[in-house]
Design a protein around this ligand. Sequence first.
Ligand SMILES: [Zn+2]
Length: 376
Amino acid sequence: MRYELLLAGGELLDPGQGIRDTVDIAFAAGKVAAVEKQIPPSEAERVIDVSGRLVTPGLIDFHAHVYWWGKRIAINPDQVCPRTGVTTVVDGGSAGSATFAGLREYAKQAQTRILCFVHLSAIGLAYSHNVPELVPMDYASPKGAARVAELYKDMVLGIKVRLGERAVARENELQALRLAKETGVAAKVPIMVHIGNSATTMPEILSVLERGDIITHCFTGRANGILDQQGRVLPEVWQAVERGVIFDVGYGHTASHQVAKAALEQGFLPDVLSTDLTNVPPMIDLPAVTTTFLAYGLSLEEVLRRVTVIPARLIGKEGMLGTLRVGAIGDTAVFDLIAGEFRLKDNFDNVVTAGHRITPVLTVKDGKIIWEGGQK
Ligand SMILES: [Zn+2]
Protein backbone atom coordinates (compact mmCIF):
# COMPACT_ATOMS: atom_id res chain seq x y z
CA MET A 1 0.00 0.00 0.00
CA ARG A 2 1.12 3.48 -0.81
CA TYR A 3 0.03 5.11 2.43
CA GLU A 4 0.05 4.12 6.08
CA LEU A 5 -2.64 6.53 7.16
CA LEU A 6 -5.36 8.49 5.43
CA LEU A 7 -7.40 11.25 7.07
CA ALA A 8 -10.43 11.55 4.83
CA GLY A 9 -12.73 14.48 4.22
CA GLY A 10 -11.61 16.93 6.90
CA GLU A 11 -11.46 20.69 6.55
CA LEU A 12 -7.77 21.47 6.27
CA LEU A 13 -6.73 24.85 7.62
CA ASP A 14 -3.05 25.40 6.89
CA PRO A 15 -2.34 29.14 7.35
CA GLY A 16 1.26 28.84 6.12
CA GLN A 17 0.06 27.67 2.72
CA GLY A 18 -3.09 29.77 2.72
CA ILE A 19 -5.22 26.64 2.39
CA ARG A 20 -8.71 26.22 3.80
CA ASP A 21 -10.39 23.40 1.94
CA THR A 22 -12.02 20.01 2.31
CA VAL A 23 -9.34 17.48 1.38
CA ASP A 24 -7.92 14.03 2.04
CA ILE A 25 -4.45 13.84 3.60
CA ALA A 26 -2.25 10.75 3.38
CA PHE A 27 0.90 9.91 5.33
CA ALA A 28 3.78 7.56 4.49
CA ALA A 29 7.25 7.06 5.95
CA GLY A 30 6.66 9.74 8.58
CA LYS A 31 5.88 12.43 6.04
CA VAL A 32 2.87 14.11 4.48
CA ALA A 33 2.61 12.02 1.30
CA ALA A 34 -0.44 13.45 -0.46
CA VAL A 35 -2.99 16.23 -0.03
CA GLU A 36 -5.74 15.83 -2.62
CA LYS A 37 -9.45 16.27 -3.13
CA GLN A 38 -9.90 12.52 -3.13
CA ILE A 39 -7.43 9.79 -2.29
CA PRO A 40 -8.71 6.21 -2.81
CA PRO A 41 -9.16 4.56 0.62
CA SER A 42 -7.82 1.32 -0.87
CA GLU A 43 -4.38 2.91 -1.02
CA ALA A 44 -4.06 3.30 2.76
CA GLU A 45 -3.58 0.78 5.56
CA ARG A 46 -5.80 2.79 7.87
CA VAL A 47 -8.48 5.27 6.91
CA ILE A 48 -10.05 7.66 9.41
CA ASP A 49 -13.13 9.65 8.51
CA VAL A 50 -12.59 13.19 9.77
CA SER A 51 -15.39 14.80 7.76
CA GLY A 52 -16.90 17.82 9.48
CA ARG A 53 -13.76 18.21 11.52
CA LEU A 54 -10.93 20.70 11.47
CA VAL A 55 -7.50 19.43 10.40
CA THR A 56 -4.42 21.54 11.14
CA PRO A 57 -0.66 21.06 11.16
CA GLY A 58 0.52 19.60 14.49
CA LEU A 59 0.55 22.49 16.95
CA ILE A 60 3.76 24.01 18.27
CA ASP A 61 3.71 25.27 21.87
CA PHE A 62 6.50 27.83 21.87
CA HIS A 63 6.68 28.21 25.65
CA ALA A 64 5.98 25.50 28.22
CA HIS A 65 7.86 23.76 31.01
CA VAL A 66 8.47 20.11 30.23
CA TYR A 67 11.62 19.20 32.15
CA TRP A 68 9.89 16.34 33.91
CA TRP A 69 12.11 15.12 36.77
CA GLY A 70 14.23 18.26 36.46
CA LYS A 71 11.84 21.04 37.43
CA ARG A 72 9.55 20.76 40.39
CA ILE A 73 6.45 22.12 38.64
CA ALA A 74 7.07 20.84 35.09
CA ILE A 75 4.44 18.91 33.17
CA ASN A 76 5.09 15.51 31.64
CA PRO A 77 4.90 16.48 27.96
CA ASP A 78 3.84 13.03 26.78
CA GLN A 79 0.85 13.11 29.11
CA VAL A 80 -0.29 16.57 28.01
CA CYS A 81 0.91 17.38 24.48
CA PRO A 82 -0.52 14.48 22.41
CA ARG A 83 -4.03 14.93 23.81
CA THR A 84 -3.92 18.67 23.09
CA GLY A 85 -2.83 18.47 19.45
CA VAL A 86 0.71 19.58 20.29
CA THR A 87 3.51 17.65 18.55
CA THR A 88 6.37 20.06 19.23
CA VAL A 89 7.01 21.90 22.47
CA VAL A 90 9.64 24.47 23.38
CA ASP A 91 10.79 24.45 26.99
CA GLY A 92 11.17 28.00 28.27
CA GLY A 93 14.40 27.82 30.22
CA SER A 94 13.69 25.04 32.72
CA ALA A 95 17.25 23.84 32.19
CA GLY A 96 20.43 25.83 32.71
CA SER A 97 23.88 24.75 31.61
CA ALA A 98 24.41 22.65 34.78
CA THR A 99 21.15 20.73 34.31
CA PHE A 100 20.81 20.69 30.51
CA ALA A 101 22.21 17.17 30.03
CA GLY A 102 19.20 15.73 31.84
CA LEU A 103 16.71 17.57 29.64
CA ARG A 104 18.57 16.46 26.54
CA GLU A 105 18.45 12.79 27.61
CA TYR A 106 14.81 13.16 28.56
CA ALA A 107 13.97 14.67 25.16
CA LYS A 108 15.60 11.71 23.37
CA GLN A 109 13.09 9.27 24.80
CA ALA A 110 10.03 11.51 24.83
CA GLN A 111 7.31 11.05 22.26
CA THR A 112 6.81 14.82 22.01
CA ARG A 113 9.43 16.74 20.03
CA ILE A 114 11.23 18.92 22.59
CA LEU A 115 13.33 22.01 21.92
CA CYS A 116 14.38 24.57 24.49
CA PHE A 117 15.78 27.86 25.60
CA VAL A 118 18.65 27.36 28.03
CA HIS A 119 18.58 29.58 31.10
CA LEU A 120 21.25 32.12 31.96
CA SER A 121 21.12 30.66 35.49
CA ALA A 122 23.18 27.47 35.58
CA ILE A 123 20.47 25.73 37.64
CA GLY A 124 17.70 26.83 35.33
CA LEU A 125 14.21 26.83 36.83
CA ALA A 126 14.64 23.63 38.85
CA TYR A 127 13.29 25.18 42.05
CA SER A 128 12.28 28.64 40.81
CA HIS A 129 8.72 28.27 42.05
CA ASN A 130 10.18 28.66 45.53
CA VAL A 131 13.57 30.36 45.20
CA PRO A 132 14.66 32.96 42.60
CA GLU A 133 17.08 31.42 40.09
CA LEU A 134 19.46 34.41 40.03
CA VAL A 135 19.70 35.05 43.78
CA PRO A 136 22.59 35.20 44.28
CA MET A 137 23.82 36.35 40.87
CA ASP A 138 26.57 33.72 41.20
CA TYR A 139 24.09 31.35 39.56
CA ALA A 140 24.43 33.27 36.29
CA SER A 141 26.62 31.33 33.90
CA PRO A 142 26.95 33.17 30.59
CA LYS A 143 29.81 30.93 29.50
CA GLY A 144 27.92 27.76 30.37
CA ALA A 145 24.76 28.89 28.58
CA ALA A 146 26.72 29.96 25.50
CA ARG A 147 28.59 26.63 25.42
CA VAL A 148 25.37 24.60 25.61
CA ALA A 149 23.73 26.77 22.93
CA GLU A 150 26.70 26.34 20.61
CA LEU A 151 27.15 22.60 21.20
CA TYR A 152 23.49 21.63 20.93
CA LYS A 153 22.15 23.76 18.11
CA ASP A 154 19.74 20.96 17.20
CA MET A 155 17.88 21.49 20.47
CA VAL A 156 18.71 24.90 21.93
CA LEU A 157 17.00 27.89 20.33
CA GLY A 158 18.32 30.64 22.57
CA ILE A 159 18.97 32.01 26.06
CA LYS A 160 16.25 32.52 28.67
CA VAL A 161 16.22 35.15 31.38
CA ARG A 162 13.45 36.18 33.76
CA LEU A 163 13.03 39.61 35.25
CA GLY A 164 10.96 40.33 38.35
CA GLU A 165 11.31 39.72 42.05
CA ARG A 166 10.71 35.98 41.81
CA ALA A 167 13.71 35.59 39.51
CA VAL A 168 16.39 38.13 40.38
CA ALA A 169 17.04 40.95 42.86
CA ARG A 170 15.72 44.34 41.68
CA GLU A 171 19.16 45.93 41.62
CA ASN A 172 20.52 43.11 39.45
CA GLU A 173 17.77 42.98 36.82
CA LEU A 174 19.49 45.09 34.19
CA GLN A 175 22.75 43.24 34.72
CA ALA A 176 20.97 39.91 34.25
CA LEU A 177 19.29 41.15 31.08
CA ARG A 178 22.56 42.46 29.66
CA LEU A 179 24.41 39.26 30.55
CA ALA A 180 21.72 37.25 28.76
CA LYS A 181 21.99 39.50 25.71
CA GLU A 182 25.80 39.24 25.65
CA THR A 183 25.45 35.47 25.90
CA GLY A 184 22.99 35.41 23.02
CA VAL A 185 25.29 37.55 20.89
CA ALA A 186 28.28 35.30 21.72
CA ALA A 187 26.36 32.13 20.83
CA LYS A 188 24.57 33.78 17.88
CA VAL A 189 21.11 32.95 19.23
CA PRO A 190 18.17 35.10 20.36
CA ILE A 191 17.19 35.66 23.96
CA MET A 192 13.76 35.14 25.51
CA VAL A 193 12.90 37.64 28.24
CA HIS A 194 10.17 36.96 30.80
CA ILE A 195 8.43 40.20 31.77
CA GLY A 196 5.92 41.24 34.44
CA ASN A 197 6.48 42.74 37.89
CA SER A 198 9.98 43.84 37.00
CA ALA A 199 11.71 46.90 38.44
CA THR A 200 13.04 47.57 34.95
CA THR A 201 10.63 49.43 32.68
CA MET A 202 9.44 48.09 29.34
CA PRO A 203 11.35 50.76 27.35
CA GLU A 204 14.54 49.85 29.27
CA ILE A 205 14.01 46.15 28.58
CA LEU A 206 13.26 46.70 24.90
CA SER A 207 16.32 48.93 24.45
CA VAL A 208 18.45 45.79 24.88
CA LEU A 209 16.51 43.63 22.41
CA GLU A 210 17.22 43.19 18.73
CA ARG A 211 15.48 41.54 15.81
CA GLY A 212 14.59 37.93 16.69
CA ASP A 213 14.78 38.40 20.46
CA ILE A 214 11.58 37.45 22.27
CA ILE A 215 9.41 39.07 24.92
CA THR A 216 7.34 36.42 26.66
CA HIS A 217 4.19 37.05 28.72
CA CYS A 218 3.42 40.04 26.48
CA PHE A 219 -0.14 40.27 27.85
CA THR A 220 0.93 40.22 31.48
CA GLY A 221 -1.43 42.10 33.78
CA ARG A 222 1.39 42.81 36.19
CA ALA A 223 3.68 45.86 36.37
CA ASN A 224 5.82 46.98 33.44
CA GLY A 225 3.91 45.32 30.65
CA ILE A 226 3.39 46.59 27.11
CA LEU A 227 0.78 49.26 27.96
CA ASP A 228 1.20 52.71 29.51
CA GLN A 229 -0.89 54.01 32.44
CA GLN A 230 -3.69 55.00 30.06
CA GLY A 231 -3.82 51.56 28.49
CA ARG A 232 -2.07 52.54 25.26
CA VAL A 233 0.55 50.32 23.67
CA LEU A 234 3.89 51.98 24.45
CA PRO A 235 5.65 53.66 21.51
CA GLU A 236 8.76 51.60 22.31
CA VAL A 237 6.68 48.44 21.84
CA TRP A 238 5.62 49.55 18.36
CA GLN A 239 9.25 50.36 17.55
CA ALA A 240 10.26 46.87 18.75
CA VAL A 241 7.57 45.30 16.55
CA GLU A 242 8.92 47.35 13.67
CA ARG A 243 12.49 46.09 14.11
CA GLY A 244 11.42 42.45 14.44
CA VAL A 245 11.33 41.74 18.18
CA ILE A 246 8.99 38.76 18.72
CA PHE A 247 6.08 38.96 21.17
CA ASP A 248 5.00 35.66 22.71
CA VAL A 249 1.87 35.27 24.84
CA GLY A 250 3.13 32.65 27.36
CA TYR A 251 -0.40 32.70 28.81
CA GLY A 252 0.34 30.95 32.14
CA HIS A 253 -0.40 32.71 35.37
CA THR A 254 0.06 36.32 34.31
CA ALA A 255 -2.04 36.98 31.19
CA SER A 256 -4.85 39.52 31.49
CA HIS A 257 -7.96 39.74 29.29
CA GLN A 258 -7.95 43.50 29.84
CA VAL A 259 -4.38 43.97 28.57
CA ALA A 260 -4.96 41.57 25.67
CA LYS A 261 -8.16 43.25 24.56
CA ALA A 262 -6.71 46.77 24.87
CA ALA A 263 -3.64 45.79 22.83
CA LEU A 264 -5.64 43.92 20.19
CA GLU A 265 -8.04 46.86 19.81
CA GLN A 266 -5.04 49.05 19.02
CA GLY A 267 -3.90 46.59 16.36
CA PHE A 268 -1.17 44.91 18.37
CA LEU A 269 -1.13 41.22 17.46
CA PRO A 270 1.25 38.88 19.29
CA ASP A 271 3.49 36.78 17.05
CA VAL A 272 3.00 33.54 18.97
CA LEU A 273 0.32 32.02 21.21
CA SER A 274 1.82 29.71 23.82
CA THR A 275 0.90 28.31 27.22
CA ASP A 276 3.78 28.62 29.70
CA LEU A 277 2.27 25.37 30.93
CA THR A 278 3.36 23.95 34.29
CA ASN A 279 1.56 21.58 36.62
CA VAL A 280 0.22 24.49 38.69
CA PRO A 281 -3.56 24.82 38.25
CA PRO A 282 -5.37 26.07 36.34
CA MET A 283 -3.47 24.35 33.55
CA ILE A 284 -4.42 26.46 30.53
CA ASP A 285 -3.37 24.21 27.63
CA LEU A 286 -2.88 25.27 24.02
CA PRO A 287 -6.45 24.50 22.86
CA ALA A 288 -7.64 26.67 25.79
CA VAL A 289 -5.27 29.51 24.86
CA THR A 290 -6.35 29.41 21.20
CA THR A 291 -10.02 29.31 22.27
CA THR A 292 -9.38 32.40 24.42
CA PHE A 293 -8.04 34.25 21.39
CA LEU A 294 -11.13 33.28 19.39
CA ALA A 295 -13.10 34.88 22.23
CA TYR A 296 -11.00 38.05 21.83
CA GLY A 297 -12.22 38.20 18.23
CA LEU A 298 -9.29 36.80 16.25
CA SER A 299 -10.24 34.59 13.31
CA LEU A 300 -9.50 30.88 13.39
CA GLU A 301 -6.89 31.45 10.67
CA GLU A 302 -5.19 34.23 12.69
CA VAL A 303 -5.14 32.02 15.77
CA LEU A 304 -3.79 28.90 14.03
CA ARG A 305 -1.08 30.89 12.22
CA ARG A 306 0.35 31.71 15.67
CA VAL A 307 0.62 28.07 16.77
CA THR A 308 1.83 26.61 13.45
CA VAL A 309 3.67 28.48 10.73
CA ILE A 310 5.05 31.35 12.82
CA PRO A 311 6.55 29.24 15.64
CA ALA A 312 7.81 26.81 12.96
CA ARG A 313 9.78 29.68 11.44
CA LEU A 314 11.07 30.75 14.87
CA ILE A 315 12.39 27.25 15.58
CA GLY A 316 14.03 27.05 12.15
CA LYS A 317 11.68 24.40 10.76
CA GLU A 318 9.60 26.38 8.31
CA GLY A 319 8.26 24.15 5.55
CA MET A 320 8.86 21.02 7.65
CA LEU A 321 6.76 21.64 10.76
CA GLY A 322 3.68 23.81 11.19
CA THR A 323 2.52 22.97 7.67
CA LEU A 324 0.86 20.10 5.84
CA ARG A 325 2.61 20.66 2.55
CA VAL A 326 3.53 17.41 0.76
CA GLY A 327 7.00 16.33 1.95
CA ALA A 328 6.71 18.01 5.35
CA ILE A 329 7.06 16.05 8.60
CA GLY A 330 3.80 14.16 9.14
CA ASP A 331 2.50 16.07 12.17
CA THR A 332 -1.17 16.92 12.23
CA ALA A 333 -3.99 17.53 14.66
CA VAL A 334 -7.73 17.08 14.27
CA PHE A 335 -10.16 19.19 16.25
CA ASP A 336 -13.86 19.72 16.70
CA LEU A 337 -15.06 23.28 16.87
CA ILE A 338 -17.79 22.93 19.42
CA ALA A 339 -20.37 25.72 19.53
CA GLY A 340 -21.62 26.96 22.85
CA GLU A 341 -20.97 29.56 25.52
CA PHE A 342 -17.62 28.99 27.11
CA ARG A 343 -16.62 31.26 29.97
CA LEU A 344 -12.87 31.73 30.18
CA LYS A 345 -11.35 33.28 33.28
CA ASP A 346 -7.97 35.04 33.24
CA ASN A 347 -5.52 35.39 36.13
CA PHE A 348 -7.35 38.42 37.49
CA ASP A 349 -10.84 36.86 37.63
CA ASN A 350 -12.01 38.64 34.49
CA VAL A 351 -14.16 36.55 32.15
CA VAL A 352 -14.56 36.44 28.37
CA THR A 353 -17.04 34.23 26.59
CA ALA A 354 -16.07 32.16 23.57
CA GLY A 355 -18.71 31.06 21.06
CA HIS A 356 -16.62 28.09 20.00
CA ARG A 357 -14.23 25.80 21.76
CA ILE A 358 -11.31 24.14 19.99
CA THR A 359 -11.48 20.53 21.16
CA PRO A 360 -8.80 17.97 20.23
CA VAL A 361 -9.89 14.73 18.59
CA LEU A 362 -6.80 13.08 17.12
CA THR A 363 -3.06 13.77 16.99
CA VAL A 364 -0.55 12.40 14.48
CA LYS A 365 3.20 12.77 14.82
CA ASP A 366 5.73 11.60 12.22
CA GLY A 367 2.87 10.02 10.30
CA LYS A 368 1.67 7.91 13.24
CA ILE A 369 -1.32 8.34 15.50
CA ILE A 370 -0.09 9.26 18.98
CA TRP A 371 -3.47 10.05 20.52
CA GLU A 372 -7.07 9.26 19.66
CA GLY A 373 -9.94 10.93 21.44
CA GLY A 374 -13.53 10.66 20.34
CA GLN A 375 -13.61 9.40 16.76
CA LYS A 376 -16.85 8.89 14.93
ZN1 LIG B 1 7.74 30.04 31.48
